[in-house]
Design a protein around this ligand. Structure first.
Ligand code: EPU
Length: 503
């Protein structure tokens, strides 16, 4: 698609080390553009050209053009405009499949050959990135949401390049399966991200305990099985529960020789779901979803493909629970949501005065009356999820009284606060604690999305704010919320996407 765009649209553009940046598939990421390309891209955006459903965006050029360098600092990305009408949300919304369950499961396809089929996959940018990564590694991938099919290709390249890993940290999930299956892996270190440093030391220590030799070279982790061969089962205790760390070691242990015991594991439903998949493939995983897991590795070649529909996204469901509570009088049915996975959030929402009930396969959320201030501290599952902290903070910004919100998982996860303050929220952050003084009104403003869940909190605030809120850089939101504007509109929200707005 990119080549085609280039040939048809940029044939005459001055080409130095420049490239048009198209969001979607492997094309998402920062690229420099020269002046000619940028002008053409701008025209294309005005014409409404889209690649894989995403708008074209243009980033600044850095160096190489002499005096012209730096001219193209304007960035064009989609924005969301939300008009707070004060009207309650009403109706039904279907919850999509869980992004954070799909990511490790797709990486688990590396453990076997044959054709695996994953159903109920959300149409999200992270799914496109994972598909691109698996293709790079040598798999054949067909992604036609809500299904992804993955088949072994003719060649394997056990290497995850920086270009792909930097777009999505979860790419590090190929490390465990690659080294377990092929005896060697070279995977770019993901580095930090907006919400924190996010080291992967536990992933590496666990693999070392299984006999892997690990070296870090020029930003890459190079892992090799003992003598370039098969990992061996081991006992390993995580220093702290890590979701992707647990998942990486589960996949490594599924093909290691002998039995592995993992202690202090993450207990998130997505970890449990991966355990189900590995067992479907023929591994013997016991205890997934608890803090101690026993895994008996399968013999080489013994793991098979799978056909599986993934669990609903509990964080998407939680986000709609909060969205449905920000305006009094709302009554929303979350179709397919699993209340069992949302207990900590439900408890806090009930404490805040929101009615939450299970209705068959659905969850009903009703707000009838004022919101009460509620304190919370994030914690690993089954504690209050860090991925719901920003949204809950937005809710508390309109509650009666003072709420104290403590973030214990990531060191920099209050970036939504300055944006919410621009909308009139009264929040003071001291270290890992935010003190939120509820206000009667929020006001629409231009705000900036900084990460996925921070963006969701701004959408929620926008639904309750007076007048219009413009949320820029919603590509963050597109990583984790499928068709959010359509779903909110169906509930009566006045939300629209502006393609190619200036960021
Ligand atoms: N940590 C270490 N060393 C490690 C691994 C983690 O010190 O080797 C620390 C982290 O720095 C953090 C804590 O352990 O302080 C927990 O991090 P964890 O490894 O559990 O996070 P993750 O696996 O990188 C997943 C989700 C995140 C979610 C966190 C916490 C996926 C793909 N990502 O990340 O989801 O916030 O668990 O629940 O599953 C999101 O969806 O918006 C998102 C960020």
């Amino acid at each position: 698609m990119r080549d085609c765009l280039r040939q048809t649209c940029f044939g005459g553009a001055r080409q130095v080390d420049s490239e048009l940046f198209c969001a979607g598939d492997q094309l998402h990421g920062k690229r420099d553009v020269d002046r000619g390309s940028a002008r053409h891209a701008h025209i294309l955006m005005r014409m409404g050209v889209r690649v894989n459903g995403y708008a074209i965006a243009v980033f600044r050029r850095v160096g190489g053009l002499g005096p012209a360098a730096g001219i193209w600092q304007r960035i064009f990305m989609d924005a969301l405009c939300i008009r707070g009408t004060g009207k309650p949300l009403k109706g039904k919304v279907r919850i999509s499949g869980a992004k954070n369950a799909a990511l490790p499961i797709l990486c688990a396809t590396l453990l076997s050959d044959g054709e695996s089929l994953l159903r109920n996959v959300p149409k999200l940018r992270d799914m496109e990135t994972t598909s691109a990564l698996l293709r790079f590694l040598g798999r054949d991938v067909d992604f036609a949401a809500p299904e992804i099919r993955v088949r072994a290709g003719s060649q394997v390249r056990p290497e995850a390049p920086y270009e792909l890993v930097k777009q999505m940290r979860a790419s590090v999930l190929v490390l465990g399966p690659l080294v377990a299956r092929f005896g060697r892996a070279k995977v770019s270190l993901p580095g930090g991200c907006a919400i924190g440093a996010r080291p992967i030391d536990q992933h590496l220590k666990g693999l070392e305990a299984m006999g892997a030799s690990i070296r870090l070279e020029r930003g890459y982790v190079i892992a090799e099985g003992p003598g370039g061969g098969r990992l061996r089962g081991a006992e390993f205790s995580f220093d702290l529960p890590t979701v992707t760390g647990t998942e990486n070691l589960m996949m490594a242990a599924a093909l290691a020789k002998g039995r592995t015991t993992l202690v202090n594991c993450a207990r998130e439903p997505e970890v449990e779901e991966l355990g189900r998949i590995l067992n479907k493939m023929g591994a013997r995983v016991n205890g997934a979803g608890t803090d101690v897991m026993h895994i008996v590795g399968a013999e080489p070649g013994a793991l098979g493909p799978f056909d599986h529909a993934i669990i609903p996204d509990r964080i998407e469901a939680g986000t709609y629970m909060v969205a449905a509570s920000i305006v009094d009088g709302s009554d929303v049915l979350l179709e397919g949501a699993e209340l069992r996975d949302l207990e900590a959030l439900s408890i806090k929402m009930r404490a805040a005065g929101v009615e939450i009930s299970s209705e068959g396969q659905n969850v009903r959320v009703r707000r009838r009356g004022p919101l009460c201030a509620t304190n919370l501290a994030t914690a690993p599952h089954p504690g209050f999820p860090t991925d719901m902290q920003a949204q809950f903070l937005a809710l508390m910004s309109m509650a009666n009284g003072e709420s104290i919100i403590r973030e214990t998982i990531f060191e920099n996860r209050f970036m939504h606060v300055p944006e919410l303050q621009r909308m009139g929220a009264s929040v003071v952050v001291r270290g890992n604690t935010a003190v939120v003084q509820g206000v009667r009104k929020l006001y629409g403003a231009s705000v900036m999305a900084t990460d996925l869940r921070a963006s969701a909190s701004l959408v929620i605030a926008g639904l309750a704010a007076d007048e219009e809120t413009e949320i820029r850089r919603v590509y963050h939101l597109d990583r984790g919320y499928e068709r959010i504007e359509d779903k909110l509109r169906a509930l009566g929200g006045d939300v629209k996407r502006v393609r190619g707005a200036e960021a």
